[in-house]
Design a protein around this ligand. Structure first.
Ligand code: PMV
Length: 350
């Protein structure tokens, strides 16, 4: 098959510190601003190849491969996503497209792959379309556009585009912030927050009972939605202050409040649902006890699932590792965990 153009991007996952949960009117517009750390070791690598089209029809000609195998379920999801972005990407109708994608972490590890996958794909598409149009946007403009496109695929993906940390969602507290794309936050991080570690403790790798899409939509009738939206705006300001000052304790307090609130909101949605596993609670208790006894700044957060993200500075890694192996590993499914840390964001693979 004749290749017309080909590009590969590697893009990481991210972990929200203040959580996006609930949408406003519009396409993937967040009800509240959120902020996240960009990860390093959990990433997707995506190669997009343009080939001549086989037919003259306007239908998208796509073949999607995940981990080297053609994947029809992912292909269908992709086609739906392409419907929402086709206006910006004439290439989708002009060429045939092969997408090869892999994740650095196991598909069934309970780690959400949408942020890394959608951001990697958005970067590939933006670069290919710019090349075809002979456009050379500035790096900032290019990344902003990729963040916008990634957002349309998965809201949290908008934040994976930047080194170290990113904020997404209009907030008076963040200059240049937008509901449409995320903005970089690395400049505002105290040095003590730049080398943070994130150990992901896999409590369960089973597929989620309720998707994020449904979870977001259930915020519509949730009686605590309005207070939550106020709290998130306040927490954003507070955590930004802590990140700037290097206040690890204040940072950790908000981090855990955010995690517990996210899951409390799920439990009081109608219908109610719960994504925590018994071992999640056991590990949370142990983390709190360890923190009290050791006086070390070890805090946790949770995504929309049962797995724990343990966050701590690099200079206590040895001690925390010992604690994890002595106390937490036995509560992880098959002893599974992933060691990650704050990372530099996406890059183009040569
Ligand atoms: O991007 P989505 O639609 O999968 O939603 C992600 C929601 C959380 O992961 C729970 C929070 C967040 O801000 O990443």
């Amino acid at each position: 098959m004749k290749e017309i153009k080909k590009v590969t991007w590697r893009s990481p996952s991210n972990i929200a510190l203040v959580k996006y949960w609930g949408k406003k009117k519009g396409v993937q517009i967040p009800a509240i601003p959120s902020i996240s750390y960009t990860l390093e070791n959990c990433y997707s690598e995506t190669r997009d190849t343009l080939v001549p089209k086989e037919s003259k029809s306007k239908d998208v000609e796509l073949r999607f491969y995940f981990d080297g195998k053609e994947n029809m379920a992912f292909r269908l999801r992709m086609l739906k996503f392409f419907d929402t972005i086709s206006k910006d990407f004439p290439l989708l109708q002009q060429y045939g497209l092969f997408i090869h994608s892999t994740n650095s972490f196991p598909h069934s590890s309970g780690i959400a792959s949408s942020a890394s996958a959608m951001s990697a794909l958005a970067l590939c598409l933006c670069e290919l379309q710019d090349e075809l149009d002979k456009k050379k946007p500035s790096k900032d403009k290019f990344v902003q556009k990729a963040s916008t496109i990634a957002r349309l695929g998965s809201g949290s993906a908008s934040r994976s585009l930047y080194p170290l940390a990113a904020e997404w969602g209009k907030s008076r507290a963040v200059k240049g912030s937008s509901d449409e794309y995320a903005v970089p936050f690395a400049k505002n991080l105290h040095k003590d927050f730049k080398n943070y570690q994130n150990t992901i403790l896999i409590a369960s790798s089973a597929e989620k009972k309720v998707s994020s899409r449904i979870g977001h939509s259930l915020m519509k009738g949730n009686p605590y939605a309005e207070p939550r939206f106020k709290q998130a705006n306040k927490n954003l300001v507070e955590i930004m202050g802590a990140l700037k000052k290097g206040d690890l304790e204040h940072f950790g307090t908000i981090l855990e409040e955010e995690a517990m609130t996210l899951h409390a909101l799920m439990m009081c949605s109608s219908p109610s649902f719960m994504l925590l596993a018994p071992s999640t609670l056991t590990m949370i208790e142990k983390i709190k006890r360890y923190r009290e006894e050791s006086k070390l700044p070890v805090y946790f957060t949770l995504d929309a699932g049962p797995n724990i993200h343990l966050l701590y500075p690099n200079n206590i890694k040895r001690k925390v590792d010992a604690f994890i192996f002595a106390e937490l590993e036995k509560h992880c499914e098959g002893g599974k965990m992933i060691h990650d840390n704050v990372g530099e964001g996406p890059y183009r693979v040569k």
